[in-house]
Write a protein that binds this ligand. Structure first.
Ligand code: DAH
Length: 346
């Protein structure tokens, strides 16, 4: 074999290669299992002893020649591959981006969060209560014994018998909180959550709606503390200009009881369609916690007083955003959700 010719062959073969696959084929041809160089190596046993040394040197030279050229070519081709890939993956930063929509909170959730933040800033805790509730907490311990006529105002979903029900108001959380705190004061809580009544759904009624309950129990609490709190709440919700007024009302769990109104933030009390020309908008109910309720929940009414309030989240949201059908909140119409997202971004 003419080793110099063979060397030149190696150099030429590798030079011609343009892909990694071709290069691999050349590799197999020379140093694969039956490759030319591999065979020369295994043939050494047939070479007479005195020629072995020189034979070995020649084969090694051939092998080194292959290795050298192979490695250079391999690196060259690999760099080329990477360049090709980079070219393919190239990003044009001047291209206009896709706009994609992301999820966001429901408008009722936003109003709840706004209120929570506000009450937390005044030192209130946010608590939760179960939606499947006991008649005992939803009614009896709120001074509404069985047969009390005021129960009719809250036509209730009972669950098997008359012990368990879907809570018709968030007020039972008052009782639960007092029972848990066992005579400790002050209590300052709000409880937002779902409530249920056997109403036919229409523009202003929904069999499931949301309320936010508030309860403060301490010493020397009076109606004026409630008035101050409701004033701040109204301003937070509807703007600095609004005023509040209390109208006498009746709730079995408060005495005295009031309904609280805010002056119409749209017409400044002059009269418009939002306030139905009265200049005032009713927001919720409230009052001084009834002595019976305090006593039943372990707070001696001679030592402690409290105030409580409750309002409908949908009602507030409808008034605030000029929505005239409560069902709007529950139809999951994306156009409505998007409208509120846009308002937020404005
Ligand atoms: N739970 C009452 C309702 O659903 C609202 C309410 C009124 C809550 C007076 C109160 C309150 O805590 O003191 O109509």
């Amino acid at each position: 074999m003419n080793y110099d010719v063979e060397k030149q062959n190696i150099i030429n073969k590798i030079k011609e290669v343009t892909t990694l696959q071709q290069l691999n084929e050349v590799r197999l041809y020379y140093v694969g299992k039956n490759g030319l160089i591999s065979n020369l190596r295994s043939n050494i046993k047939n070479i007479p002893n005195e020629e072995k040394k020189e034979y070995g040197i020649k084969v090694n030279e051939l092998s080194n020649c292959f290795e050298e050229n192979y490695n250079i070519k391999k690196e060259e081709l690999e760099t080329l591959e990477v360049d090709k890939q980079l070219q393919k993956d190239k990003i044009d930063l001047t291209m206009p981006s896709y706009s994609f929509s992301s999820g966001s909170s429901h408008i009722l959730e936003k109003v709840i969060e706004e209120l929570e933040e506000f009450y937390i800033s005044m030192g209130y805790d946010v608590v939760e209560g179960p939606e499947v509730e006991k008649d005992l907490y939803n009614f009896e311990m709120l001074n509404l014994p069985k047969g009390h006529p005021a129960r009719d105002a809250q036509d209730t979903f009972y669950i098997k018998g008359d012990e368990w029900l879907l809570r018709s108001q968030t007020s039972p959380v008052q009782v639960r909180t007092m029972l848990e705190n066992k005579d400790k004061t002050p209590i300052r809580i709000i409880c937002p959550g779902k409530t249920y009544r056997r109403d036919y759904d229409d523009a202003t009624h929904s069999h499931q709606f949301m309320q936010m309950e508030g309860l403060v129990v301490s010493k020397d609490i009076s109606l004026s503390d409630l008035k101050g709190t409701m004033n701040l709440t109204a301003k937070k919700l509807f703007g600095e200009k609004v005023e509040t007024r209390f109208r006498p009302s009746y709730y079995p769990f408060t005495e005295p009881s009031v309904e609280f109104d805010v002056s119409c933030f749209k017409c400044d009390g002059k009269g418009c369609n939002v306030c139905k020309n009265t200049g005032w908008i009713t927001i919720g109910g409230a009052g001084v916690v009834h002595p019976n309720v305090l006593d039943m929940s372990g707070y001696d009414h001679n030592k402690y007083q409290g105030f409580a309030f409750g309002f409908g989240i949908e009602r507030i949201t409808m008034v605030k955003y000029g929505i005239n059908d409560i069902r709007t909140f529950y139809t999951n119409d994306l156009r409505v959700t998007n409208a509120f997202n846009q308002r937020e971004g404005e």
